[in-house]
Write a protein of this length. Sequence first.
Length: 408
Amino acid sequence: MGDYSSYFLMKPEEVPDYVQAKLHFFPEGAKLSGQEIGDGNINYVFRVADRDSGKSIIVKQAGPTTRIEPDLGVSRDRGRIEAEILKLQSNFAPGLVPEIYLYDEVMCAMIMEDMVGHTMMRTGLLQHETYPEFAEDLTTFMAGCLIRTSDLVMDHKEKKELVKAFTNPDLCGITEDLVLMEPYTDCFHRNHVYPPNEEFIQKEVYGDQALCLEAAKLKFNFMNNPQALIHGDLHTGSIFINQEHTFVFDPEFAFFGPMGYDIGNMVMNLFFAWCNGEAEMEEGRKREDFLDWCMDTIADTVDLFVQKYDRVFDAYVTEPMAKMPGFKSWYLSGILADTAGYAGTEGLRRIHGMANVKDITSIEDVGKRTRAERIVVSFAKDCILNRNSFICGADYVAAIERAVRKHS
Ligand code: ADP
Ligand code: MG
């Protein structure tokens, strides 16, 4: 197996030699250790570290079962697509995604930057940590990756090639079902409704025809609007963070879709953190600071995105028709309505869809969890039904306050 000319799944202790064979990252003869750190069942994630220099690197390899499965082509391609997307995103948002050093089609492995010193953001938020630079970093990432892969900036032929290359039917199918259908229909009986909220969900969601119609429109917009290369699963579990810096990773759901899907998902996941803090933290200064930070970050996510949209538009847009007076704000208003709409769909699907979030499910007190869920549902519905009137951060803050008042 010495030359890596055919696939085998590496054992942790075999990964250092692999890295040495493939890459000049560590000095020759370095004393390297290999350790498995991933928790996934599809991919194996290894860390290779040099004890002397303290430097480390990550190897992510697809497991053998995905190779034996008949859908091998898709699975193997996924790693390649993930590596390519991270490279593309690093062009538009330098430093905000882990760097890819190499993708190896034979070994189905990628060698990438270790996000050392960073914590998964959802984990940090559950400990009620705050991150002062986050809204700035996130909006830099989004403004760069979204606007610059849209027809506003990218050459139309280049963009169409990328639309083809990053068509992602399997993963989009998951979103179309789990996010944009089942929370309204429960057609596959996969929803997880918290028992104390069964009647509430019945009435407020399944039984609300106006809501279901708007969700249907949002689903079709998701399927038929290749606006920009979106991350597709942008939430606090796809972010590694510390006080100074942010990494966005795990873009396996990426495809050309509506920009507002990414922005809205982030907004709602920040609100889940607020709900957790509100339910779980003791009264006092720390609680107030955490809740204020969540709220400010929600508002800043929207407002800073708008600011950066303006800047990126002025700096990069060359498309003659996009320069027509009035076009810039018309285009933005579409992004902002989508942002609210998909913030709403994310809110509902995480409350009673199949994949729930720890921010809410870890609230042990029945009354507090029931209430938190209802607040999210009311806010989410507001976002979906009135999505055209969410045009700045303050609109989100006001809607949250309305939802909280409704359930106090
Ligand atoms: P999968 O595709 O199997 O879900 P992920 O990319 O989500 O794999 O990685 C699984 C876990 O491995 C992450 O949650 C993280 O803890 C760790 N990990 C992955 N990539 C890196 C990296 N570049 N640096 C540090 N840790 C990483
Ligand atoms: Mg993952």
